[in-house]
Structures are given as C-alpha cells and as structure tokens.
Design a protein. Structure first.
Lengths: 183, 127
C-alpha cells in the first residue's frame, strides 16, 4: 500500500487542506454568529475570542495554501499535453494519463473540463481574499468585535462567500478527480 | 468553594475607546478589488490572444511550470490585493470611514468577480 507523489499532493490539496478549511469555517461561523452582547457574557467573550481568532486565521491560511498547491502543483499535472501522435479523439488508456485531454476526447465528459474545471480554477482564488478580510477583522478588533455589529455581520457575509467559492471549487475538484484523476 | 453558580460577568457597558474602522475597511475593499481584477483578466484572456500570451507568467517570468495563463491571472489578482490593501491601509490608518459604503462597494466588486469567473460569462468573450 503506497501513494504516488501525485496521489499524495492531490490528497493534501483536496482532503487535508479541504477538511481543515471546512472545520475552520464551522468554528468561524459559529463564533461570529454568536458574538452578540445578548448571547455572551464578558467571560464568554474572553473565552471564545482566541478560538475565533484561531479559526478565522487558520481558514485564511488554509485557503491560501489550498489555491497555491492546487494551481502550482496539481493543476500542471491535469493540463499537461500528451505527446504528438496520440489520438486525442479516443479515450484510450494512454490518454488517461492526460486528464484534460481525456475529458475533452468525449462529448460525454468534455463539460467537466469546459464548465467544471474552468469554473473551479478561477473561482477558488476568491476564497483567500475573502477569508483574509475576515481574519484581519478578527485579529484587529479581538474581543472588541462584539461592540461592532456592522463589522461582525460584514465578516459573516465574507466568511460565507469564501466558503461558497471554496465549496464550488471543492465540489468540482472531487467530481473531476472521480472522472479523470491526475494520479 | 463551588463556583458553578457564580454570577456571569456582564459585558462591559461603560464607554471605551473603540478602534477606528479604517484598517478593516481597507482589507474589505482590497478583497473586492482583487476579485474584480481576477475576473477582468479571466475575460481579457479569452478576448485577446496577445493578453493570453502575456498572462503565461510561468513561461514569461518563471512563475511555476505548466500552469499557463492561470499563473498570470492569479498573480495579478494577488498583486492587486496586496497593493490596494497597502495603499488603502496607509490612507485610512487611524481613521473612521463610512463602512457601509465601503462594504457595499466591496460586495459589488466581489459579485463582479464571481460573475466574470463563471464560464458561460467569460467564454462569451472568446475570440
């Protein structure tokens, strides 16, 4: 039982970082949602602020790591061109080594690239920008965030948008990998 | 002594000096600007073969290998994020700004980013 380099990196990109992002999002969402004067005491704010700070910071860092590993490590394996002479119109075993071209070789699978991958590779990059804004808000205000309802709500909106962007990318990543794995 | 029923500490209600919102507004707007820049280059990449060639930062500037024009699109978006954040931070440091307006502008820019990175939209500009 062993993993190839490609399998290891797709695992790190999709499952390790993806699971961390999901966990951090859950913590960040719960923390920001409940950070209201009528819901928490002074002790409660003191107790949960570090957790909120860690959750949102981890989410931002993980978002950056996910898109960087995806773009510069996994994506080149996906789009590498096959050698000349290989028939690009038949989904052969040889062509399976070149996922982008394998998907495009059949009308039944072409949309996974033309829609799925084209959307995934771009929309994913919105997540780190949005998640960074949330993390900076929490780092800057700390426990004071409970007094800034407008900031807290803005952070919640950006956190949710970051999750939506990452969710679209993650979903298509999983579906495309199922159809044409880079490993 | 059992403290399990101790009275919870209420939130401090006395006036305290709140931090100005400028630095946070700066990062929100920077995120919006970066989203728009990404979307614009996604569209321009389809629109012009020259821009498509320019955006291959992996081949042109050694930014990775085999990434293609995606390397340029995301590099320029990251540069836009860092640069606009730095400029806005300097401009708004220590200041209180109209955050509602900043947030609305940021959300419009982010929405444009989402829209322009949606394949049926940017592929409509394919040359």
């Amino acid at each position: 039982m062993q993993l190839t380099d490609r399998e290891l990196w797709t695992l790190i990109h999709g499952m390790v970082l993806g699971a961390l992002f999901l966990l951090a999002f859950g913590g960040g969402l719960a923390g920001l949602w409940s950070l209201r004067p009528k819901l928490v005491t002074g002790d409660g704010v003191t107790e949960r602020t570090p957790r909120l700070l860690i959750g949102t910071t981890v989410m931002a860092v993980v978002a950056w790591l996910t898109v960087i590993t995806g773009t510069w490590i996994v994506y080149p394996w996906y789009r590498v061109a096959p050698p000349e002479g290989l028939d690009l119109a038949i989904q052969s075993a040889e062509l399976k080594e070149f996922p982008r071209y394998w998907l495009l070789a059949s009308e039944e699978t072409a949309k996974w690239h033309e829609f799925g991958m084209e959307w995934k590779e771009h929309v994913a990059w919105l997540a780190p920008f949005l998640a960074t804004a949330v993390a900076v808000t929490v780092i800057y205000y700390g426990a004071q965030l409970i007094r800034h309802g407008e900031m807290r709500r803005a952070a919640l909106v950006f956190l949710t948008l970051a999750f939506a962007a990452a969710g679209i990318a993650g979903l298509f990543g999983a579906l495309i990998t199922k159809s044409a794995p880079v490993a | 002594m059992d403290n399990s029923h101790a009275e919870p500490t209420p939130i401090e209600t006395s006036p305290v000096e709140l931090k100005p919102n400028g630095p946070v507004a700066a990062v929100f707007l920077a995120a919006g600007i970066a989203s728009l820049v990404l979307g614009l280059f996604v569209v321009l990449n389809e629109f012009s073969p020259d821009i498509n060639s320019f955006l291959k930062f992996d081949a042109n500037f050694g930014l990775g290998s085999g990434v293609g024009p995606l390397s340029g699109k995301v590099a320029l978006a990251v540069i836009a994020f860092v640069a606009s954040w730095a400029i806005l931070f300097v401009l708004w440091r220590g200041k209180e700004v109209d955050f509602r307006r900043v947030l609305i502008a940021s959300l419009v820019l982010v929405a444009l980013g989402f829209l322009l990175t949606f394949p049926p939209v940017f592929l409509a500009f394919e040359s």
